[in-house]
Ligand binder design. Structure first.
Ligand SMILES: C[S@@+](CC[C@H](N)C(=O)[O-])C[C@H]1O[C@@H](n2cnc3c(N)ncnc32)[C@H](O)[C@@H]1O
Length: 290
């Protein structure tokens, strides 16, 4: 992220979630009404965005694959939010921290507990301006926290405490769509800080897998992301092998780390579907517990 620029990928992810909710066949895997209303995305806007994604996807293989490539990009964002939501509601944790929250704020309206939306200062200010433009009130339990992880995540917990976070209580940390924008050193530094929180703390996160391991539709989707014009201001800086990242997390204070890769993600969330939606193997998710 560069100073003075809010994240365009936060908006891209929100549009992907909204396309899924409105244009993919029911049942939706994840419902996010917050971003859709903040960005004022009506059906026409979503159909136009989807056509744009299909036109781009056509460049990454035979035209017959474009629909699947564009769909797998949607699943990349939708399934990570659903995985996180399920894990949160299975926990009995009483505070949530969204690291690099973007517009993925809907957990705040589904619970009364404090939710801390930590984001790069430029993105955080943009998010709040969207609430003001939409004449919408952010949920009372939602607290915005400005922070640039690249400047050193060591201030994370102290900054959260200033906003009401209870340092002595375990928390549910959500860290979606952010790791690729950080160096592996900053990823592990941040993971280490979260890993220093009290026992019971959980971290739900996703990341890009090494491009040498990609295949099929996942390889096309990953390449499309690598070539995106968004990379100019938001370059990818890290990729992680799931087994290796689990080991690294266990060395950062976590007692367990469970990864969910493409095959399992499909089995969990897409098995009953007949529309071909599928999670791409260019990414994976981990739930780690302190
Ligand atoms: C792809 S978006 C994901 C947003 C949201 N988590 C989601 O899943 O829709 C990447 C997010 O990471 C944040 N981000 C990237 N680099 C960051 C940094 N150095 N410090 C703080 N936030 C950062 C961006 O501001 C943006 O909100």
């Amino acid at each position: 992220m560069q100073r003075g620029h809010r994240s365009a990928t936060a908006e891209f992810s929100a549009v992907l979630r909204a396309i899924h909710m409105v244009l993919d066949p029911e049942p939706s895997i994840f419902v996010d009404r917050v971003a859709q209303s903040l960005l004022k995305l009506d059906r026409q806007a979503l159909e136009t965005a989807l056509q744009g994604h299909l036109a781009t996807a056509v460049q990454y293989g035979d035209p017959q694959y474009a629909v699947q490539v564009a769909a797998s990009l949607r699943m990349f964002t939708v399934i990570r939010s659903r995985f996180t939501k399920d894990a949160f509601f299975e926990s009995s944790l009483e505070q949530i921290v969204l690291l690099g929250a973007g517009l993925d704020l809907s957990l705040a309206s589904e619970t009364d507990i404090p939710v801390f939306a930590v984001d790069h200062p430029d993105t955080s200010r943009w998010t709040r301006s969207l609430f003001a433009d939409a004449g919408a009130q952010a949920d009372n339990n939602l607290h915005f926290v400005e922070m640039d992880f690249a400047e050193g995540p060591n201030l994370l917990l102290a900054t959260l405490v200033e906003h009401g976070f209870q340092r002595g209580k375990p928390a549910f940390f959500v860290w979606l769509g952010v790791q690729p924008y950080l160096t592996i050193e900053h990823v592990l530094e941040t993971a280490h800080i979260v890993g220093s929180c009290p026992a019971g703390t959980q971290l739900a996160t996703d990341f890009l897998t090494p491009d040498t391991s990609w295949s099929g539709i996942g390889a096309r989707a990953g390449k499309l992301l690598q070539d995106s014009p968004h990379r100019e201001l938001e370059p990818f800086k890290s990729y992680s092998d799931p087994a290796e990242l689990k080991k690294q997390l266990l060395a950062c204070g976590y007692t367990t780390a469970r990864s969910v890769e493409a095959e399992e993600a499909d089995a969990l969330y897409c098995r009953e579907r007949t529309d071909g939606l599928s999670y791409p193997n260019c990414a994976a998710m981990i739930l780690a517990k302190v």
